[in-house]
Design a protein around this ligand. Structure first.
Ligand code: EPU
Length: 431
């Protein structure tokens, strides 16, 4: 059933909300469970459609995956098939992180190449180049990549690309190398906290990995890996989104469980904009509206995350002055701009740079979510706008935010989720 969110803006959000486990850690960690025939228990896993879908793919590959209680997943991959079909991969691009796990476990894999998505082309050339550097034979036929790792051995592998490193590409290489004999040195490795979380799980499973969190990761292959019990890190992007919701409404929001060290670039920009930021043990708090505009440039970690670009742009709309948003990770990731323009904003797009004229009042409007982070940004804008905003295609939001509108309501937001049939047809852009 298609659903929409309806909100009336104006209420400052106040209170506490607890960060969920990180989606972008959960997905590769679930894939990593394929590296052993023993049971892997993951805790703090968010309840998201992407997570349920990853479990479905693991089952398709032959693993048992169940969630005996909320937040906990038990995965046991006794027998694993090496084939991942296009019907599954195309629905969730992140399923590409199964490639490294299959190569590590089985020494071979076949996977349909995931297509691009609305945020732009999503090539996997760096993933494949990395596997080739390990000595894998990589072929592509009819849209299916096949990898034969029978001659693979530890090697020096450079994961740097035109946009910097690749997060899931690094995850794939680490997983493959952890069961490939010899020592692999990954240069230009992604430094995202989600990669470190994966390495933490793999170490618990018996892998020898060092250097994660820096640009050089060293992995010494083991003969086999065992089971583990691991709690996933808090979702820095979700935490940043709630802090942005506090700032855009001139409220006072504390995110419990948020890891400030994972959010340094974002918190730095919020502070520069005049939002009051307080960091304590196990929480981050944002109070007050942005007072001035600040420019922002997205970059791989530890730079400003592309996954908070749309939400921060919404915050920038509140601050007087002209600012720019430059996308250096996904130069086309600006689908939210056209929808924000429907709310009376002045944003001009020139290639990978958006120029935002802040300080103008926002007016509620029916808008359309185009991707996960864009949907969150539209909801934030709706919470700051006068009148009613309707956000269609809420399923994008549900891929990455657990009970988003319910938790915003607990902070005082006037927002409800409704079946699309309850949205006046005059406002709908699709049925
Ligand atoms: N790239 C290449 N070749 C490759 C791989 C990537 O040129 O082989 C380019 C991409 O086109 C992009 C840049 O490198 O311009 C970075 O892409 P990356 O591979 O790092 O992205 P990803 O690993 O596929 C993860 C997150 C994304 C997040 C990016 C960047 C997961 C499941 N996804 O994707 O999350 O935007 O890293 O931080 O971890 C989201 O949560 O909304 C989301 C899209």
């Amino acid at each position: 059933m298609l659903e929409v969110a309806r909100m009336t803006g104006g209420a400052p959000l106040r209170g506490e909300v607890r960060a969920a486990g990180a989606k972008n850690a959960a997905l590769p960690l679930m894939a990593a469970a394929l590296l052993t025939s023993s049971e892997v228990i993951l805790r703090g896993v968010p309840d998201l459609s992407d997570v349920r879908f990853m479990a479905e793919i693991l089952r398709h590959l032959g693993a048992e995956a169940s969630s005996p209680e909320p937040g906990t997943w038990r995965i046991r991959a006794g027998e694993v098939s090496h084939r991942t079909p296009y019907e599954l991969v195309r629905k969730m691009r992140a399923s590409v992180c199964l490639l490294g796990a299959l190569v590590g476990r089985l020494g071979r894999a076949e996977m349909a190449v995931p297509g691009g998505c609305v945020i732009g082309p999503r090539p996997i050339d760096l993933h494949l180049r990395g596997l080739e550097a390990l000595g894998c034979r990589v072929g592509l036929e009819s849209g299916v990549v096949s990898v034969d790792a029978s001659a693979a051995r530890g090697a020096e592998v450079d994961m740097g690309g035109p946009m910097g490193s690749t997060v899931l590409g690094t995850a794939n290489l680490v997983m493959a190398a952890s069961l490939t004999r010899g020592t692999t040195r990954i240069l230009n490795a992604a430094m995202e906290p989600e990669v470190t979380d994966l390495c933490d799980l793999l170490r618990r499973m018996g892998a020898a990995i060092a250097g994660d969190g820096t640009s050089v990761i060293e992995v010494t292959g083991a003969d086999s890996l065992g089971g583990a019990d691991h709690a996933i890190i808090a979702d820095r992007i979700e935490a940043g989104t709630y802090l942005a919701a506090g700032a855009i409404t001139g409220g006072d929001v504390t995110v419990l469980g948020a890891e400030a060290g994972h959010l340094a670039a974002f918190l730095g920009r919020m502070e520069a904009a005049g939002v009051g930021i307080e960091v304590g043990r196990g929480y981050v708090r944002a109070a007050g509206r942005p007072l001035r505009g600040v420019d922002v440039v997205t970059e791989p970690h530890p730079g400003f995350p592309t996954d908070l670009q749309a939400q921060f742009m919404a915050v920038q709309l509140m601050a007087p002055g002209v600012t720019t948003v430059t996308e250096r990770v996904y130069p086309h990731r600006f689908m939210h701009v056209a929808e924000l323009q429907r709310m009376g904003t002045d944003i001009r797009l020139d290639g990978a740079v958006a120029t935002v004229l802040g300080g103008r009042p926002l007016s509620g409007a029916p808008v359309m979510a185009s991707d996960l982070r864009a949907s969150a940004a539209l909801i934030l804008a709706g919470l700051a706008a006068s009148g009613e905003t309707w956000v269609q295609r809420l399923y994008h939001l549900d891929r990455g935010y657990e009970r988003f509108e319910e938790r915003l309501r607990s902070l005082g937001a006037d927002i409800v989720r409704l079946p699309q049939s309850e949205m006046p047809s005059s406002l709908r852009s699709e049925d």
